[in-house]
Design a protein around this ligand. Structure first.
Ligand SMILES: [Zn+2]
Length: 65
């Protein structure tokens, strides 16, 4: 489960977010809070956005028979 470090909101499945770095710490920030962290001088770790997976786990694939 991904949580935005700024608004403390649990991100929904399919929602976009990016990883940011500030004062040596990595943080997950939702798109809504990006203007705020940019003003605060945070640096994005990647240009592209990631998406919250429906099951919250990476690399797991479930097949429905
Ligand atoms: Zn947020």
């Amino acid at each position: 489960m991904a949580m935005c470090q700024m608004c403390r909101r649990n991100l929904l499945a399919g929602e976009r977010y990016r990883r940011w770095r500030y004062a040596g710490r990595d943080a997950t920030v939702c798109v809504v809070c990006e203007p705020e962290v940019i003003r605060a001088g945070w640096v994005p770790l990647a240009e592209r956005y990631e998406r919250v997976r429906a099951n919250g786990l990476s690399g797991s694939v479930r097949r429905v028979a």
